[in-house]
Design a protein around this ligand. Structure first.
Ligand code: ZN
Length: 292
């Protein structure tokens, strides 16, 4: 099975994530080659425990997030527990998981220096119709979406670099949605999008076509989920920070499987392979990834 992943500058942020609040849900069997972790310490074995924001330089705040352009709502001041989130549907109802959320050698984000994929890669075929996973309001759409992506730190250096070298075209086409529940959904790698900033959307509504913009080995959807009010962080690999001039940290992501309806893992030969989403969200056990 072909594995798809992203490593582009902005895709970097999409590519690595960490299940901050619930480390027990991080797949422990996912192999992270020993010694491959950039800047690894001498400790035995990688740790996937979240990095508490309190231990890191404070460079963001709820007030700053509320001041972001397009952020007109007032979500709860603390990140809601993912188990309380409802109303999610699969954004590619018939897609198979090609790269799960968790430790992943090909990703640019890190959790305690372990490379980590910060979202869920789902694939069908190029040009398939992607739908909204939840009701919400479109905060950003296109390639200039970094201010809504939960970066912790200044974006000015990376923006200046992209402007100077005309690098915007290499980024994935992304939609960021305020799910109106204290979380934001990130959809990435569209070939073309069908919504506009400020638009109110409903779960299951068509929002764009599956593509491979940005750094991707094939058409797929990267689906990410985070709360601007979360207090944990994911890192960005030092070499990527140096190359892209992006901030070294992003707000921690959660595993989308915590909120997507339970369903049989596509491609496992199970009885229910229709992929039809259930009516309500469930925090059931993560489906088995179909990829390597
Ligand atoms: Zn991804």
């Amino acid at each position: 099975m072909r594995r798809q992943f992203v490593r582009a500058a902005l895709g970097v942020a999409l590519a690595a994530g960490v299940l901050a609040a619930t480390p027990s849900l991080i797949p422990s069997s996912a192999g992270v080659p020993a010694g491959d972790v950039a800047g690894a310490t001498g400790t035995a074995g990688p740790s996937t425990a979240p990095v508490p924001i309190a231990t890191l330089p404070a460079v963001t705040s709820v007030a700053a997030i509320r001041a972001e352009p397009g952020h007109g709502r007032q979500p709860p001041p603390a990140a809601p527990d993912p188990s309380t989130l409802t109303g999610y549907v699969w954004p590619l109802p018939n897609g198979r998981i090609t790269n799960p959320f968790g430790p992943d050698w090909y990703s640019d984000n890190t959790v305690n220096r372990v490379r980590f994929h910060d979202g869920l890669d789902i694939a069908t075929f190029c040009g398939d119709r992607i739908v909204a996973a939840h009701d919400g309001t479109v905060l950003a759409a296109g390639r200039k979406v970094d201010p809504w992506m939960g970066w912790i730190g200044s974006l000015a250096p990376s923006v200046a670099r992209r402007d100077k070298y005309n690098l915007w075209g290499e980024l994935p086409i992304v939609i960021v949605v305020d799910d109106d529940n204290g979380y934001r959904s990130i959809y990435a790698h569209f070939s073309k999008i069908a919504v506009t900033v400020g638009e109110t959307i409903r779960a299951g509504q068509f929002i764009g076509w599956e593509g491979r913009t940005g750094y991707a080995t094939g058409c797929h959807l990267h689906y990410g989920l985070f709360s601007p009010y979360a207090t944990d962080r994911f890192g960005l690999r030092a070499d990527v920070v140096k190359r892209t001039l992006l901030p070294a940290w992003e707000i921690a992501r959660i595993n989308p499987l915590l909120v997507l309806p339970s369903r049989p893992a596509p491609g496992t030969g199970g009885a229910g392979t229709s992929g039809a989403p259930a009516a309500s969200a469930s925090a059931g056990p993560p489906a088995s990834p179909s990829g390597p």
